[in-house]
Design a protein around this ligand. Structure first.
Ligand code: 5GP
Ligand code: MG
Length: 177
């Protein structure tokens, strides 16, 4: 694997395709066991999670649904700060077991603002599964239930993750040089 350039920045290889796929297979096995008979809904947060979701979901062998949403943040007119709305949350989540799929958790801010909205629809459980967990950067009380990789607080791209819209289309993950 060699370095890649995305716009003005150079990135070096960080996690290989094989390492990613091994961890995803392990996670799928675990979820297949824990959610057998529960018909969970995988709630994938676009855009960054699309490859992670595809590779994980194709290894889910139990009965399950998948749903894609986009979280849009906008500044409220009051001092209350950012408001997060979910676009495309059309599945009826009431009484269902939800597994949120995120590419990366950084500060946890996005999910912290979104979770109350999801909870108001009264699912029977919510768990969070992430590909990458930037543990040291966490600044909000978010519990990550499943993480494929714990990574340091460094900017990464590839395998769905972008730098200014680009760099998503690689099989590996790269970190800023
Ligand atoms: P949080 O709300 O947890 O602070 O941020 C989560 C979002 O920030 C992720 O879904 C992702 O879009 C973006 N993000 C955080 N860290 C990185 C990173 O290292 N690389 C990329 N490409 N996006 C990141
Ligand atoms: Mg994201």
């Amino acid at each position: 694997m060699s370095n890649i350039k995305v716009l003005d920045k150079e990135f070096e290889p960080y996690i290989s395709e094989q390492e990613i796929q091994i961890k995803i297979t392990e996670l799928a096995k675990q979820l297949n066991q824990e959610y057998a008979g529960k018909k969970p809904i995988f709630l994938s947060i676009l855009n960054g999670s699309f490859l992670f979701t595809a590779d994980l979901f194709r290894q889910i062998t139990i009965e399950a649904e998948v749903c894609f949403i986009k979280l849009a943040s906008y500044k409220g007119t009051t001092s209350s700060g950012n408001v997060i709305t979910a676009i495309g949350l059309d599945a009826n989540v009431s009484g269902r077991d939800i597994i949120i799929l995120e590419d990366i958790i950084d500060t946890g801010k996005t999910l912290h603002h979104f979770l109350p909205q999801l909870e108001s629809n009264q699912p029977s459980s919510i768990k969070i599964a992430v590909l990458l967990n930037k543990k040291e950067a966490l600044a909000y009380p978010i519990k990550v239930d499943y993480a494929c990789f714990d990574i340091p607080n460094k900017f990464v791209v590839g395998y769905g993750l972008d730098y200014d819209g680009l760099g998503r289309n690689t099989k590996e993950i790269y970190q800023l040089k």
